[in-house]
Design a protein around this ligand. Sequence first.
Ligand code: PLP
Length: 386
Amino acid sequence: MKTVYLDNNATTRIAPEVLDAMSPYLGELYGNPSSMHAFGHGIRKALDEARQKVAGLIGAEPEEIIFTGSGTEGDNTAIMSAVSTSKGKDRIVTTAVEHHAVLNFIRRLEGKGRAKAVYLPVDGEGRLDMDAFRKSIDDKTALVSVMFANNETGVIFPIEEIGKVLREKGIVFHTDAVQAVGKVAIDVKKLGVDMLSLSGHKLHAPKGVGALYVRRGLKFSPYLIGGGQERGRRAGTENVASIVGLGRACELAGERLDEEARYIGALRDRLEEGFLRLPDAMVNGDRVNRLPNTTNMSFHYVDGEAILMKLNELGICVSTGSACASGSPEPSHVLRAMSVPPTAIRGSIRFSLSRYNTESEIDTTLDAMAGIVKEIRALSTYGPQK
Ligand code: PLP
């Protein structure tokens, strides 16, 4: 059975070009980039090139890029650094719909008495309440951390507008851009962000590698302490092969950004329009300011888990919300923050596409879903649709 993979916000396939670029560094080019000999210098050169490519994709300088072990590490490091370098300020402003890599870390800091947090609300379409944001800022604010794009709905936040407000006030601004990098154009200088985290496995590079952009001149405190790697900003011998892969993945994404956004966006729209022809189906989240690859749909009076299982039997992979939260009995915190009705939360499915999806896969999924939704509703003991 052929797999139809529509769960690219959970993770992506490593691009063949990325694998090719990595391969020598998993084999004959095994040196340590910190070594003084020529063999090590060659590896250092590969790291430098990867740094340039990552920086290039987001409009940063290479020295502003710190390689990390994941998007989560970048998020935790950015938040911890802002809190520990801001004397006399202990307030963090974030949103109710952040990924748990941000939310759980901030809650931990609150629990330890290191910070007080404000969780900004969103409206029914998942858009940030900008009035609440402006009112939340005060002279105790050490950090604002707002995600670039939501992993469950794909909704994009007004990062540039937030950056403008914060720049005037001199407040540190971090954005978790794990879902956005490689999917939409990003220029850190234009956006006015101080720190930005990204993750390799969301853009066709391997898992377990990421990067944190830290604006030159920003006070920074490292999270991992040990050797002096990454100019003393992140200890641990670099994951060379994966970093080379991340560099190549960023280069590929940059070369094809507009073309891919158009291709993937057209497939996503075909899928969404087909679903909307089914009874009692709706899209969760703003359909305008959204990642081109994501749609979060609710099929009222149908259990999302049941849909997922039926699709799984046909080799179609989707998610019932954030994969990071799968296995959790709690309904999605993102959809709850958007006040999506409970029957719709229960029937919510996230479809997230990539450059490797095809029109015929979309049509296969549409056909499968029409049958599945009808079948489950016929057996369902609740809801008006039979
Ligand atoms: N932030 C967002 C928005 C995500 O979607 C994810 C992963 O799903 C992460 C952070 C965590 O990234 P990583 O898996 O590289 O730790």
